[in-house]
Design a protein around this ligand. Structure first.
Ligand SMILES: NC(=O)c1ccc[n+]([C@@H]2O[C@H](COP(=O)([O-])OP(=O)(O)OC[C@H]3O[C@@H](n4cnc5c(N)ncnc54)[C@H](O)[C@@H]3O)[C@@H](O)[C@H]2O)c1
Length: 432
């Protein structure tokens, strides 16, 4: 099929490359010239395992093209996916839909024959209705159909998630169009993915409901971890014990820092705004947002306690700063609040992240990036394991101790409490 992806971020580029790999002809469009130049020069603008190989392969076979020319891409495509960002608005908790509506207006100018316009971006209930209205101002309704097809991939696992999703959700009020989108996904459905169709608003809500549910699971287990710390119970045993119940399931029950990333924080907020708009109090999700905010300060307090409330001139090393491993995405990572907090109180911080130095930290004094674990841990008072990258899972702390002993705060429970105690490390973790 001839398709185009508008927005070549984590979602648009990954799904565009995967669709091309299935044999489709795909245009990836972005308004960011730099991104498109990089892509046309065989470089990937962000870190996602396996993406470079996949893009290279399909680019050289001419199934995947990159352009800033939206007109060209729309004219040459039958299915148009909107994959632009929907961040939290600067003025409120709601989703900023500016990019989505701008793209809809742009598309409306270039519709030359029947097009299916699909929102893959996460958008609130009724956004599809508004897109339809916007395009109707320029083009007759029989020339297009607006469909919702939310994306569930996770950064770091994006290609696998796209190829082997649990389900594909399509929301449309037109059966013929639903069948067309189903046939686009046919190779993935044949490998076992469930295809689920509903109306457009239903699909829009399913995406928010899924993310809010997962965020709830994380906050739930994080709060239980607080209780475990005061009662001598291990949160890991509790997670295992409850997760064995199939009604609950074992995933998303790992205690750690406040949840971050480009989706959960913004999507939990946006869905509560939708609730308010339709006069429905989504009080559980509101409590999750609050609990997550509290967690940010709670872990900071814990660090203060570990350092006996003496932050000034303390040397702290961060292992990992991204919100999760296998991505370079810093959006809403808890390190973004922790690091400035300690710097402000006179700490000296070093950090190492396998995805490289972060522009978010470039302006801070007394904060430096190191290229490896041993450099980052040199002469520090406290090592914080912030992100569970593979390379942090089996560190030789004895070797790292060489000059000076340091405390370890493992926010991801990567090590055994017993073993660390046995080896004589001053070790702290979460909920254990
Ligand atoms: N990142 C994830 O893990 C993930 C997972 C599922 C769903 N989503 C949702 O998918 C959407 C996209 O997320 P993302 O992380 O890929 O975003 P992103 O910020 O990485 O990428 C968005 C891209 O859209 C481009 N863009 C903006 N306006 C444009 C325009 N008018 N024309 C062309 N390009 C334009 C930007 O330049 C940018 O490259 C969001 O709604 C997000 O909530 C994200």
């Amino acid at each position: 099929m001839k398709i185009c992806m508008i927005g070549t971020g984590y979602v648009g580029l990954v799904s565009g490359a995967c669709f091309a790999d299935l044999g489709n002809s795909v245009y990836c469009v972005d308004k960011n010239n730099e991104k498109i130049d990089l892509l046309n020069n065989n470089q990937i603008p962000f870190f996602e395992p396996g993406l470079h190989e996949l893009v290279s392969k399909n680019f050289s076979s001419n199934r995947l093209k990159f352009t800033t020319n939206l007109k060209l891409a729309v004219k040459n495509s039958d299915i148009i996916f909107i994959c632009v960002g929907t961040p939290t608005s600067k003025k409120s908790r709601s989703a900023d839909l500016r990019h989505v509506y701008n793209v809809a207006i742009e598309i409306s100018k270039y519709i030359n024959k029947f097009k299916i316009i699909v929102t893959k971006s996460t958008v609130p209930i009724s956004t599809g209705d508004k897109i339809e209205k916007l395009i109707s101002k320029k083009k007759r309704k029989r020339l297009f159909e607006v469909v919702s097809n939310p994306e569930f991939l996770r950064e770091g696992e994006a290609i696998r998630d796209f190829r082997f999703p649990d389900r594909i959700v399509v929301g449309s009020n037109n059966k013929k169009v639903t069948r067309k989108i189903e046939s686009l996904y046919d190779p993935i459905i044949k490998k076992g993915a469930k295809f689920f169709s509903t109306n457009r608003r239903g699909a829009e809500l399913i995406k928010y409901a899924s993310n809010a549910f997962l965020a709830t699971k994380i906050s739930y287990v994080n709060e239980l971890a607080n209780l475990c710390e005061k009662t001598g119970v291990s949160i890991e045993d509790v997670s295992l014990g409850i997760g064995l119940d199939k009604r609950i399931g074992s995933r998303f029950l790992r205690a750690g820092p406040a949840f971050g990333g480009s989706c959960f924080p913004k999507d939990t907020k946006a869905v509560t705004v939708t609730g308010d708009l339709f006069k429905t109090d989504l009080s559980i999700i509101k409590a999750v947002i609050k609990s997550n905010e509290k967690r940010r300060t709670l872990l900071i307090d814990r660090v203060k306690k570990i350092l006996s409330n003496k932050i000034k001139n303390k040397k702290i090393a961060f292992l990992g700063v991204t919100f999760k491993p296998n991505t370079d995405d810093m959006r809403q990572s808890s390190s973004l609040s922790m690091i400035p907090f300690f710097l402000k109180r006179g700490a000296k911080i070093t950090y190492y992240d396998p995805s490289g130095e972060k522009k978010e930290f470039s302006k801070f004094k007394n904060l430096s990036f190191c290229n490896n674990v041993s450099d980052v841990c040199k002469n520090v008072d406290l090592v914080i394991i912030h992100t569970e990258w593979e390379e942090f899972k089996a560190l030789d702390f004895k070797k790292l101790y060489k000059k000076k002993k340091f405390k370890i705060y493992d926010m991801r429970n990567l090590y055994s409490v017993e073993l660390m105690k046995k080896k004589g490390f001053d070790y702290y973790s979460i909920g254990r």
